[in-house]
Design a binder for this molecule. Structure first.
Ligand SMILES: Cc1cc2nc3c(=O)[nH]c(=O)nc-3n(C[C@H](O)[C@H](O)[C@H](O)COP(=O)(O)OP(=O)(O)OC[C@H]3O[C@@H](n4cnc5c(N)ncnc54)[C@H](O)[C@@H]3O)c2cc1C
Length: 410
């Protein structure tokens, strides 16, 4: 039996490719090393599966991936947010868009998403083989002839898709096999680093802020004092640093190996100038017969006030109206920006995705076909793309998987 398409990896990218190709009557086999399909998919969004981000404009969606997002323009324009929402809704899964534009099944169950894909592949006549680990490839004339499983089984196909994911949460099955094979085939693998992961900082005082969440701050990331990225949104202080959407998103730009060269500036009062902040402080402290700490709570959460006063060296037990002009003016810059020096970022065991991967220059963005091996396709997280948190990364897998499934011919 020779298949039209043999897919390695039963995650979102492989499943969508198998669904699409089998829908187009291609002879498909999906090979997954775990006994179950979509193990990582089932833990997405805390088990609720944030399957996409409701930005129907595919250009904006692609821009969220930074300059590399250009690679996704073709895939997103053909099978983007509108199409994935229709895909699941037309198959009976009701979806909801929450306030922050994240899309989930109404049931809050990732299982409903997985079930539709698996049932669809089977109904379309696709073959699914679980507990099957691909070990090796047989190549001839820059084409893959067959793959060999650890149990010795050989599978021949006209086309192959490597959708083995990244390196994060390796217990789910994504242990980096694909990168190793692709390197051997001559592909360039851009340096791999954990991303969408909590950030650890050098300043010990964050421990006192543990658990404090701030709804809307700006984070500016500096590499050797050059600003390289900005994110706006919620953060939460952890015992050793920062987490929450804005912190996770900015972690995509921190190189694991050189993390210590990065600094984060937290802009606590976005949109306000130093002058605005000083005026506000003046209003709160002048003629106030409260303790300084209590007065400043009129503009900041109490734990942040404590931090600001700690950093300023001003005793929080001072009466607000006893501040000198010089002391008062020293507060605005601290309220405006809290600087934290990065110590490290959490590793692959805490990262939602992997930054780096197959060099996009070596993949045709209209087909997902490798430019090095003519019958090889690449889809999902294995590609050198890293989207923000909020459904973008699953959309990347759906779109690139669908394009692969649409391209393969009999
Ligand atoms: C905790 C967590 C929560 C997340 N939440 C979200 C979210 O809510 N929204 C979002 O957009 N993204 C989320 N993500 C990211 C998202 O899960 C990934 O981007 C996505 O799963 C990548 O899909 P993929 O198909 O490329 O790879 P994977 O899902 O990693 O699938 C790859 C598959 O290949 C199989 N495989 C590997 N090697 C072999 C081999 N040798 N032989 C056979 N099979 C093999 C693996 O077992 C695995 O099943 C989350 C990630 C994590 C870790």
């Amino acid at each position: 039996m020779k298949y039209d398409l043999a897919i390695i990896g039963g995650g979102p990218a492989g499943l969508m490719a198998a669904h699409r190709a089998s829908e187009l009557s291609r002879k498909v086999i999906l090979i997954e090393k775990n006994p179950r399909l979509g193990v990582k998919l089932l833990i997405t969004g805390g088990g609720r599966c944030n399957l996409t981000h409701n930005i129907p404009d595919y250009r904006l969606m692609a821009e969220s991936f930074g300059k590399d997002g250009r690679f996704l323009l073709s895939a997103f324009s053909r099978f983007g947010v509108t199409e994935i929402i229709a895909f699941f809704e037309n198959r009976g899964v009701k979806l909801k868009t929450e306030n922050d534009n994240k899309v989930f099944p109404v049931s809050d169950s990732a299982n409903d998403i997985l079930r539709i894909l698996v049932n669809g592949i089977r109904e379309n006549g696709g073959l699914i083989q679980t507990s099957s680990e691909v070990k090796d490839f047989v190549l001839e004339d820059h084409k893959i002839q067959k793959i060999i499983l650890t149990n010795g089984q050989e599978i021949s196909a006209n086309n192959f898709l490597i959708a083995t994911g990244g390196l994060s949460y390796s217990g789910t099955g994504s242990s980096g096999d694909g990168y190793r094979w692709l390197k051997e085939f001559g592909h360039t693998i851009k340096p791999l680093s954990p991303a969408l992961t909590p950030i650890l900082v050098k300043e010990k005082f964050v421990k006192d802020l543990e658990g404090l969440s701030l709804e809307n701050v700006i984070l500016n990331l500096f590499y050797k004092n050059k600003k390289i990225a900005t994110e706006q949104g919620p953060i939460i202080f952890t015992a050793a640093g920062l987490s929450g959407p804005a912190a996770l998103n900015i972690s995509r730009h921190i190189d694991f190996q050189f993390a210590q060269n990065f600094r984060i500036e937290i802009v606590l009062q976005p949109g306000k100038t130093l002058e605005d902040i000083d005026k506000e402080v003046l209003k709160l402290v002048s003629a106030s017969n409260k303790f300084l700490k209590n007065s400043l709570e009129g503009m900041l959460p109490s734990r942040i006030v404590e931090l600001v006063l700690f950093l300023s060296g001003i005793d929080q037990e001072r009466m607000a109206n006893s501040l000198s002009k010089v002391e008062r003016k020293s507060l605005a810059p601290i309220i405006s920006n809290v600087n934290l020096n990065v110590k490290s970022i959490e590793g692959f065991n805490r990262a939602m995705i992997t930054r780096g991967g197959v060099d996009l220059k070596e993949v045709d963005s209209r087909t997902m076909c490798s430019k090095i091996i003519s019958n090889l396709f690449l889809a999902g997280e294995i590609l050198d793309l890293a989207g923000p948190t909020g459904g973008y990364n699953l959309q990347l897998s759906w779109s690139t998987g669908w394009v692969t499934g649409s391209t393969v011919i009999t």
